[in-house]
Design a protein around this ligand. Structure first.
Ligand SMILES: [Zn+2]
Length: 317
């Protein structure tokens, strides 16, 4: 944040005139030019001028997206910047279950304290992670039996209906499924998150996806050197070590979103791959430790949180 300029633009500017190109070019031509140039350099040429002013003063290169769904958000005014959410739906959805969790990620968890502490608590209480996992699975079954009379939520009718809806919307086919890979066996194998912890997983995934896009944008040349087209029915960004395993094995966001864990994948292959991993955790950690390309970070806070990435990787073996 450029403090002096921030004060300049909030002083005597109730009408917002200072943030218009016509006023600024008349009254502070040099600054006006600086802002336009800076935006051109940073790929923000298409923004309306008042938003350019905001981006320039707050050193913000990325256009913010909804914290809940990653869709575009509205720009409010200079002093507030962008809205955090695209809609009140997203805001409520985020607030009730996930707001605090996300805040803690943003505020203090880039250094992975959260995960380290959580692991410590689990070890103290259960002795090892296997024990913890089996405890979780047992308690999920128990709750489910009491609530619905079946061991897994997936066996209930409302789940089956809901799933059909989701599949129809997502794949255009309400039966899209790999029949020999039912959810139940996947839970048993530890490759599927069970419902008891799915709140945590969806939060984890959301943060990972968001960060992945940022890392991708900053390092497109490394991750997508052939400049393949990214879209729903073309290429996707894929995590070699999957997000789901990342969550199950408490892998920090910085590790799972490291450029060496990202590749472009044709969407059909991505559907086939589902949540499986191309590499093992140890391979991923080794790749990070021996990584020799320069990773770009346009945000200071990101640069900071990845600065000790090798140490973090070493500590995870
Ligand atoms: Zn949204």
């Amino acid at each position: 944040m450029k403090e002096d300029l921030f004060n300049y633009f909030i002083t005597d500017n109730k009408s917002g005139k200072k943030c218009t190109e016509s006023w600024l070019s008349k009254n502070n031509f040099e600054l006006c030019n600086k802002i336009i140039n800076w935006c051109d350099i940073n790929n923000l040429s298409n923004l309306e001028f008042k938003r350019k002013v905001y981006h320039y003063v707050s050193n913000c290169i990325e256009i913010p997206v909804c914290l809940n769904c990653q869709k575009e958000v509205k720009y409010k005014r200079f002093i507030d910047g962008y809205q955090k959410y695209c809609s009140s739906f997203c805001q409520n959805n985020c607030k009730i279950a996930k707001g605090k969790w996300l805040e803690s990620w943003k505020n203090g968890n880039s250094n992975n304290e959260h995960i380290i502490n959580r692991n410590k608590t689990i070890l103290e209480k259960y002795g090892n992670f296997e024990e913890y996992k089996s405890y979780l699975q047992k308690s999920v079954k128990k709750t489910c039996l009491e609530k619905y009379g079946v061991e897994y939520v997936t066996q209930t009718n409302f789940y089956k209906e809901k799933r059909k809806e989701v599949l129809l919307e997502k794949y255009g086919d309400d039966k899209f499924n790999n029949p020999d890979k039912t959810r139940t066996t996947r839970i048993k194998n530890g490759t599927q998150i069970n419902d008891e912890v799915i709140e945590g997983f969806s939060d984890y995934k959301k943060v990972v996806m968001n960060r992945t896009i940022t890392i991708y944008r900053n390092n497109k040349i490394i991750i997508n050197p052939k400049n393949l087209k990214r879209s729903k029915k073309e290429y996707h960004i894929d995590h070699l070590f999957s997000i789901k395993q990342g969550f199950l094995q408490n892998i920090p966001i910085e590790i799972i979103t490291h450029p060496c864990n990202l590749q472009m994948i044709y969407y059909k292959d991505n559907l086939k791959k589902q949540d499986e991993c191309w590499i093992t955790k140890d391979e991923l950690l080794n790749n990070i430790i021996s990584y020799d390309k320069n990773i770009e970070f346009k945000h200071e806070y990101l640069k900071e949180s990845y600065s000790n990435i090798i140490e973090i990787a070493k500590s995870l073996f």
